[in-house]
Design a protein around this ligand. Structure first.
Ligand SMILES: [Zn+2]
Length: 213
């Protein structure tokens, strides 16, 4: 009788949880997608990507008006033993290590007890998470976290840029429209003359077949 509401938590692409390790803790999981290394600002107690850097300069960022510190961090998608999907935030040095790992690798993240200890990573034996599951994840397509990250950051300018039907910026760029025109015109002026009616008449007089046939 009723059309019932879905009790699924969220759409599949958004079923992730972002994690920053607490000092003195560890976390294990299988690498289940490609890490996203991004240059981020620290805004309102969280990391948000620089609008300019993440769009290759197509969006202007607030850091162009007032200075913000910029640091590279990695967003690493993993699946835990309980099959929870997590995105782990790591510093640049750790991101460099993760770049050498492949889909399905069993990872252990750890952080020292001191407040400023960085999150580090090492590979462990697949059996420590689940050999069977390791095989499944290793064989599957890398899972995509971009949509989740856009949702996580909550930056409307970025959402509009990446989720809009079309990127409006390149098509409105004046340089794209003007530059190609000048050169063809310059060449055209040299090649257009023979098409001039007077020239055509002269060519006809020289012995070219008459245009009326
Ligand atoms: Zn910026």
């Amino acid at each position: 009788m009723f059309t019932e509401a879905s009790l699924e938590p969220t759409e599949p692409g958004l079923r992730w949880r972002c994690v920053k390790l607490e000092p003195g803790t560890t976390l294990r999981g299988l690498l289940c997608g490609k890490m996203k290394p991004l240059e981020c600002h620290w805004v309102n107690e969280s990391s948000k990507p620089c609008r300019s850097k993440i769009t290759g300069g197509r969006l202007t960022c607030y850091c162009q008006q007032e200075p913000h510190s910029l640091r590279t961090i990695g967003y690493v998608p993993i699946e835990t033993r309980d099959r929870e999907q997590l995105v782990v935030i790591v510093p640049k040095t750790t991101a460099l290590t993760i770049k050498t790992f492949v889909q399905g690798d069993a990872l252990e993240f750890m952080r020292g007890k001191r407040d400023k200890s960085p999150t580090r990573v090492r590979t462990i034996l697949p059996e420590e998470i689940g050999a069977q599951r390791h095989k499944v994840v290793a064989a599957e397509q890398p899972r995509e976290i971009s949509r989740y990250l856009l949702h996580l950051w909550g930056d409307l300018a970025l959402q509009k840029h990446f989720e809009g039907p079309q990127d409006p910026i390149p098509s409105s760029g004046p340089n794209l429209l003007r530059q190609p025109r000048k050169q063809p015109n310059a060449k055209a002026s040299a090649t257009q003359k023979p098409n001039h009616p007077v020239v055509n008449a002269l060519l006809g007089a020289i012995g070219q077949p008459p245009s009326k046939q």
